[in-house]
Design a protein around this ligand. Structure first.
Ligand SMILES: [Zn+2]
Length: 293
């Protein structure tokens, strides 16, 4: 009997490391995907948003709060993109591990050089990007910094597997260098686009593109008839290479403006997993850049 109890005890003891995977909650699909790439089978990832959710218009759900309660680590985009639901999750989850200031509260934007930082905050005028443009997952240089920061955090929180995380980051960096070379040969420099929302802004400095107009007069503000009319007139004159939007918002408006101006509409994935063949961040960027080409 004692032997059996000892055996059971040992079994439980030995089984513990397998159960001790870090429980990571990610807000957006690209964050969950990147965490999984770096964390491999040493972490479990729960992603709160679906790939075709408009990330600006999300509300907290009980399932999100429950996920927050069990999390060792919450990873989020920051720059106020999750302002509609993340504060409520942090408050209601009653989980001190993921509160701001704790290692388990990982704001990806801490590793990012944000663009479009307004000189004066004018949320009163409806701008949904008061801290700068939050859509930096279209920016390879920023994503590499985020991946490095994620690796450091995973290694610090789970030091037994630190080497494993660092090795995964090394593999990520090797693929990154190879993809970066490929992407720079696509010849996107000098192309000019109109976008529905300021979603693709980071592609401009990253790949030498330019944005010559927006269907939304300000991020989050629907266009007036006068704004659309002025935009169409401008587009007939300066003939941009395309109108960029996603398949989940701004599609109808973009198609109507495309028809009237004679400019082609290009649908891009808004996040990892929102179109076929965008299963991880590399595949997502491949799809975006190939569509632009
Ligand atoms: Zn936005």
């Amino acid at each position: 009997m004692r032997k059996i109890i000892l055996g059971l005890f040992l079994l439980l003891f030995l089984a513990t490391p397998a159960l001790a995977e870090l429980n990571v909650v990610a807000t957006l699909p690209w964050i969950g995907s990147l965490a999984q790439t770096l964390g491999g089978d040493k972490i479990t990832v729960t992603t709160l948003l679906k790939p075709n959710h408009d990330p600006h218009l999300v509300e907290a759900k009980p399932s999100m709060i429950l996920a927050g309660r069990k999390a060792d680590l919450i990873m989020y985009n920051g720059l106020d993109l999750e302002i509609g639901y993340l504060p409520l999750i942090l408050e209601s989850a009653r989980n001190p591990r993921i509160l701001p200031g704790q290692p388990g509260n990982f704001d990806c934007s801490r590793f990012v050089q944000a663009i479009d930082k307004p000189t004066a905050v004018d949320r009163g005028l409806g701008d949904v990007h008061p801290l700068g443009n939050p859509h930096y997952h279209f920016s390879p240089s920023n994503i590499k910094q985020v991946a490095a920061g994620m690796t450091d955090t995973l290694a610090a929180m789970d030091s037994a597997n630190a080497d494993y995380y660092r090795q995964n980051f090394k593999a990520f960096s090797t693929k990154f260098a190879q993809k970066e070379k490929e992407w720079q040969t696509l010849g996107l420099q000098g192309k000019r686009f109109v976008a529905y929302h300021k979603l693709f802004e980071y592609l401009a400095p990253g790949f030498g593109l330019a944005f010559v107009g927006y269907i939304e007069p300000k991020p989050g503000i629907p266009p007036s008839a006068a704004h659309v009319e002025g935009l169409i007139k401008g587009m007939r004159d300066n003939k941009p290479n395309g109108i960029l939007t996603t398949n989940y918002y701004g599609k109808k408006e973009s198609e109507s403006i495309g028809e009237k101006s004679g400019v082609k509409v290009i649908l891009l994935p808004g996040d990892v997993g929102s179109m076929a063949g965008t299963d991880d961040w590399f595949a997502f960027m491949d799809t975006v850049l190939t569509a632009l080409k």
